[in-house]
Design a protein around this ligand. Structure first.
Ligand code: R5P
Length: 288
């Protein structure tokens, strides 16, 4: 089996291939002057392939489709570590598309019998229902928890920025043996959020805020400032998907974050926790 790393998941694909002891394909990715994407896989492929490609941008979705087109007719383990558009998992207003469904439907024709789809902490699990092959959502929270446990936090409290994501915070708190709570969040605009006061007293304690993704950093920056104002000593952020658009890191550090701990579903400077073993294990288990 050859492992193909898409343009946005080259490092992760390299790690997964090394753990599996499988060949990592040589591939070429370019962008034409008009903005169109070009992909070419130079390695000969057998009947079975693993394709790993996160889709933080529209072009990454096109590159993924190009790779799947190259692999037509093969049994594919498709790993989409960060699945863009997963937040558009519902029709919130009449006339809107369910974009996550549209993306899944665009990929389905490439996935023949025996193929599998893997995501990691996808924002809405319901998105997986739109895939034809069997799909599996892997949970990186225990990996984040293990990394946090090595940081010797003082009387840690794990906080979710909203009630919807509290299961992640609970899971992380369990791994740390810490208390857990959530903040009430009100979205004011696409980039601004406000937080309602919460119950737990963070005064004199270290706090870890856990969320599935950090995009603009607006949610987290507000939470950090609020928790610091309430007397938190050090505030850490733990996230699976460090999308980190624009000046997100500047916002977070200006708000007083101590450190950002993230996984390599997206290859950023803060991606210190690797999900490669977890992916390799899942692929291996399903091939056995
Ligand atoms: C929202 O439901 C997600 O879980 C994140 O909280 C959100 O997408 C983060 O966005 P931002 O970093 O732009 O505040």
């Amino acid at each position: 089996m050859v492992v193909i790393g898409g343009p946005s998941s080259q490092l992760l694909a390299g790690r997964v291939a090394a753990i599996l002891g499988e060949e990592l394909a040589m591939a070429d990715y370019k962008v034409f002057p008009d903005g169109e994407a070009y992909s070419q896989v130079a390695t000969a492929l057998g009947d079975e392939v693993t394709v790993i490609q996160s889709t933080p941008t529209d072009r990454d979705i096109i590159c993924l489709m190009q790779l799947l087109d190259i692999c037509q007719g093969k049994k594919i383990s498709l790993v989409i570590p960060y699945f863009g558009y997963a937040r558009q998992d519902k029709i919130f207003k009449p006339g809107e598309p369910m974009t996550a469904r549209a993306v899944a439907h665009a990929l389905n024709p490439f996935l023949c019998e025996g193929s599998r789809v893997y995501t990691i902490n996808i924002h809405a699990r319901s998105v997986l229902d739109h895939f034809k092959p069997l799909s599996q959502n892997l949970d990186a929270t225990p990996l984040l928890s293990q990394a946090l446990a090595r940081m010797n936090l003082m009387k840690p409290v794990v906080i979710s920025p909203d009630k919807g994501a509290v299961h992640m915070a609970q899971e992380a708190a369990k791994g740390l043996g810490a208390e857990c709570d959530y903040l009430q969040k009100t979205r004011l605009s696409g980039t601004e959020v406000s937080m309602a006061p919460k119950e737990i007293d963070v005064s004199g304690r270290d706090v870890v805020i856990v969320d599935d993704m950090i995009a603009t950093g607006g949610t987290m920056a507000t939470a950090i400032s609020m928790l610091k104002a309430q007397g938190a000593v050090m505030v850490f952020l733990a996230t699976v998907h460090p999308v980190l658009t624009g000046n997100a890191l500047l916002k977070l550090y200006r708000s007083g974050v101590e450190a950002v701990v993230a996984t390599d579903t997206l290859d950023k400077g803060v991606s210190t926790v690797s999900v490669a073993s977890m992916i390799a294990q899942a692929i291996r288990a399903n091939r056995a």
